[in-house]
Design a protein around this ligand. Structure first.
Ligand code: GDP
Ligand code: MN
Length: 404
């Protein structure tokens, strides 16, 4: 689950990281009030930032400075009217604008290969890190955190020197360790500060430079959210994909993929196997979908709606291993779902285990295509999807020399 910058900043603040104070505004008037507060506290200008769950807001015109309260209101109005990467902006963050001396990148990710949290730092800050990784991979420095002891000070110091932050060593070490702590405390998959910036401020003895986190991005592990009821509240329902919301509502694990064969399976292992077999038969799965244990007809119907909502799906493969889940219950769900479905898509069903015979009987009566083995089911589904795709191309290509 992705959370908004403002929420990510709250989590980093909890770990004691240096973050300029901010407000969130939903209207231009609220943005104005927030800006007035920062100006009254001595800000030279304010920064207004679109709160949407995508990167590259700056490039899309979603991050702007304003020098007066009037200007802040006007800028907020403009940003609140934007759509960034298709997402309408519903709120903005307002903060005193920092005077940036230099921008850096600092991020922590869960690295599956090493099974550790890896901290990455780069002097190429502000730009998207994927871009840096492509163009100049040597500009990214890494340290892998100890699973129990976290990031050691010496590792953080090495990173600081590697990116040229020697003069801000102490602060950098605290921030880098804070990122790892934020990751662990919240069960996050990713914690990213881009830019981490050296900013110039006016202290009692004249100008000083310090390191602050100007942006924050956090992705939480969905499966760990049960351990953090407080974090669930950070879910931005405005931006949630309706399919994801429906899947969550019905306790279905659903991950959208790019292929044409919709899969409905019970059990994560069986779902993975089913996807492998679809691939081996020459097809591409359109999703990973696990209806879980003991699914009733309504959950099966919901799963069918999720699959059919994807217009790329040309065929559906249902693979159920009945244990706690009863085959006849699934069959009933499928029959009910097909009676109501919005479009006709070929479907191949394999149900074994508990009440498989009753399921087979019900499905035969309803003229469903069934398969005895998983291999057979995968092959039939792939063939059906091919037939649909071929039909679509021949319909799109006008016949040559034929009668109209
Ligand atoms: P992103 O584009 O979605 O990653 O949004 P960021 O928060 O990273 O902002 C993009 C860019 O806007 C940063 O790299 C900065 O150059 C600039 N920016 C953000 N906050 C400030 C600020 O307080 N002051 C100034 N001068 N520039 C800022
Ligand atoms: Mn950024």
């Amino acid at each position: 689950m992705k959370i908004q910058e403002a929420d990510a900043k709250s989590l980093l603040l909890t770990q004691g990281l240096p973050i300029p104070d901010w407000s969130v505004a939903r209207t231009p008037a609220e943005a104005r009030t927030a800006a007035e507060r920062f100006f009254a506290a001595g800000a030279g200008s304010v920064v207004i930032k679109a709160q949407v769950l995508v990167g590259g807001r700056g490039k899309a015109g979603g991050v702007k400075l304003a020098a007066t309260a009037n200007e802040a209101e006007a800028v907020a109005e403009r940003i609140l009217g934007l759509s960034i990467k298709g997402i309408p902006v519903r709120k903005v963050l307002v903060a005193a604008a920092a005077v940036i001396v230099k921008e850096y990148y600092l991020g922590a990710i869960l690295d599956r290969a090493s099974r550790r949290i890896v901290v990455m730092a780069s002097a190429e800050g502000g730009v998207e890190i994927e871009e840096v990784a492509r163009a100049t991979p040597e500009a990214i420095h890494r340290a892998s955190a100890h699973p129990l002891l976290g990031l050691f000070d010496y590792q953080a110091r090495e990173l600081a020197f590697a990116v040229g932050l020697g003069p801000h060593l102490k602060s950098f070490v605290r921030i880098a360790k804070g990122l790892v702590a934020t990751m662990k405390v919240n069960d996050a998959d990713l914690v990213e500060v881009n830019p981490l910036a050296i900013v110039r401020e006016t202290g009692p003895e004249g100008p000083v430079e310090r390191l602050v986190c100007l942006d924050a991005k956090i992705t939480l592990d969905d499966s760990a959210l049960v351990r953090h009821p407080g974090l669930e509240e950070m879910r931005d329902l405005d931006e949630e994909d309706p399919a994801d919301a429906e899947a969550r509502h019905h306790d279905i694990s659903f991950i959208h993929l790019d292929g044409t064969i919709g899969c409905m399976v019970n059990g994560a292992g069986l779902a993975m196997t089913t996807m492998d077999l679809v691939k081996r038969a020459g097809g591409e799965p359109a999703n990973f979908l696990d209806i879980g244990g003991g699914a009733k007809a309504d959950r099966v119907a919901a799963a069918m709606r999720l699959i059919l909502a994807d217009s790329k799906v040309d065929a559906i493969l249902v693979n159920i291993f009945g244990g706690i889940t009863r085959g006849d219950e699934v069959a009933r769900g499928l029959i009910e779902a097909r009676a109501r479905q919005s479009r006709e898509v070929p479907m191949v069903v394999r149900i074994v285990g508990t009440n498989a015979e009753e399921a087979a009987h019900l499905l035969r009566k309803a003229n469903f295509e069934t398969a005895a083995s998983l291999d057979e089911a995968a092959e039939k589904a792939v063939a059906a999807a091919r037939a649909v795709a071929t039909e679509a191309t021949s319909a799109a290509t006008p016949a040559t020399g034929g009668a109209a």
